[in-house]
Design a protein around this ligand. Structure first.
Ligand code: FEO
Length: 394
């Protein structure tokens, strides 16, 4: 693959990871990209690197433009290994003494990761670096999504290198929003739900800060997926909407089942929700990946969780999902629990405890049914679905 000139003398050098299917517990059925960029000015800057395994591919791509040793500066917007794992190889190739710009926390974190005495140049929020015709401005974006995260802005081009923010795990042939169109938005939403959701309040503050700074944005270049150039406000507005977490009249019924009893209950709840006009879908946790469930949870007003009781506890996939969802801190949800059991029946109580810990509003004590639900049991589940739907209306 060749470097791609995204504006005059600024190149996308990213590598495409077609085959990754799991990014630390997030399913990536469409692979991803690790985007790095080269700015060729009177002085030359490399923005970010790639995963370690792709470092030689990145160096090869730089070599198609110039001798990598001509690079004057390396900018590390984020320490996580999908963007800095290639640093040792890149620094070795371009010169270990080259200045390495990063945030103050980036300095600490890169030092801890690599134990290398590189020529670190920690920058303050608002710090600048002139390349000649263009100036790089650094914007600290702490906890979006690591303490070290920062953006790099090129005011002359109205272009933002946004690190993980505004990214998507997508490895298709498109490189720009206008090439893929609306089809990119589910990828962007899933990425937000699984990576940025816990930091939603910070995102709203950041958007305000960017407005106050009056930064014009003709192009947003994230470290994963496509570049936004047709309408940068589209993804910013989507981030504001997702961060606000205004609940929609939509429910996710997520569950696992041993011998189909809890499954029957899930389907009856979905039918009750549907009867009241609420968009709802049952998501079986051995058919739907936890990260796909979270993509649906993002704008849902209700999350209904079902588990059979197994060895006096939760079914393991349900425990896994609840732990994962709790870490992502969704807000403004109502919730309920359900599940079948043989002889002890702790699952509903355990789910309720977890939902309460997540500050979900429980609209019912939940429904538990011994062994196989009969008509009366199915009706109870159906009524719970209707009750949830009515609570969503209110
Ligand atoms: Fe794409 Fe936080 O790394």
């Amino acid at each position: 693959m060749k470097p791609l000139e995204i504006v005059k003398d600024i190149y996308w050098l990213g590598v495409v990871d077609w085959n990754i299917r799991d990014m630390h517990g997030y399913s990536t059925p469409d692979g991803t990209t690790y985007n790095a960029f080269l700015i060729v000015d009177e002085e030359i800057a490399l923005i970010d690197t790639t995963k370690k395994d792709f470092a030689d591919e990145l160096i090869d791509r730089i070599s198609q433009i110039m001798d990598p040793r001509k690079i004057d500066y390396v900018i590390s917007n984020h320490t996580e290994m999908d963007h800095s794992g290639g640093l040792p190889r890149v620094m070795h190739r371009i010169g270990e003494d080259k200045p390495l710009y990063c945030s103050k926390m980036g300095f600490k974190n890169l030092s801890r990761h690599f134990r290398q005495k590189w020529n670190y140049q920690p920058v303050e929020d608002g710090g600048e670096l002139s390349l000649g015709k263009r100036t790089l401005s650094f914007i600290e974006t702490r906890m979006l999504h690591w303490p070290d995260s920062m953006f790099t802005y090129v005011k002359e081009e109205r272009l933002l290198f946004s690190s993980d923010a505004f990214g998507q795990h997508y490895a298709g042939p498109s490189r720009f929003d206008d090439e893929i169109g609306e089809a990119i938005m589910p990828h962007a939403a899933k990425y937000f739900a699984n990576i940025l959701l816990p930091y939603a309040p910070r995102i709203l503050k950041l958007v305000e800060k960017v407005k106050k700074l009056g930064l014009a944005l003709d192009m947003i270049c994230p470290d994963h997926g496509i570049i936004w150039r047709k309408d940068t406000s589209k993804i910013i507005n989507a981030y504001v909407e997702w961060s606000t977490q205004k609940p929609k009249r939509k429910a996710v019924v997520v569950y696992d089942t041993m011998w189909h009893s809890t499954e029957k209950m899930a389907e009856a709840i979905v039918a009750g929700l549907g009867e009241e006009g609420v968009e709802a879908r049952p998501m079986h946790l051995r058919s739907c990946h936890r990260s796909d469930v979270m993509a649906e949870v993002l704008d849902a007003g209700a999350v209904v969780v079902g588990s059979p009781t197994l060895n006096n506890g939760l079914f393991p996939t349900v425990s896994d999902f609840l732990t994962y969802m709790k870490g992502l801190r969704p807000k403004n949800k109502i919730g309920a629990a359900f599940g079948s059991y043989g002889w002890s029946g702790e699952a509903v109580k355990l789910i309720n405890k977890e939902l309460e810990a997540m500050k979900f509003e429980l609209i019912d004590p939940g429904v538990k049914i011994q062994y196989v639900p009969d008509d009366q049991g199915i009706e109870a589940c159906y009524q719970i679905g209707k009750k949830i739907a009515q609570a969503l209306s209110g």
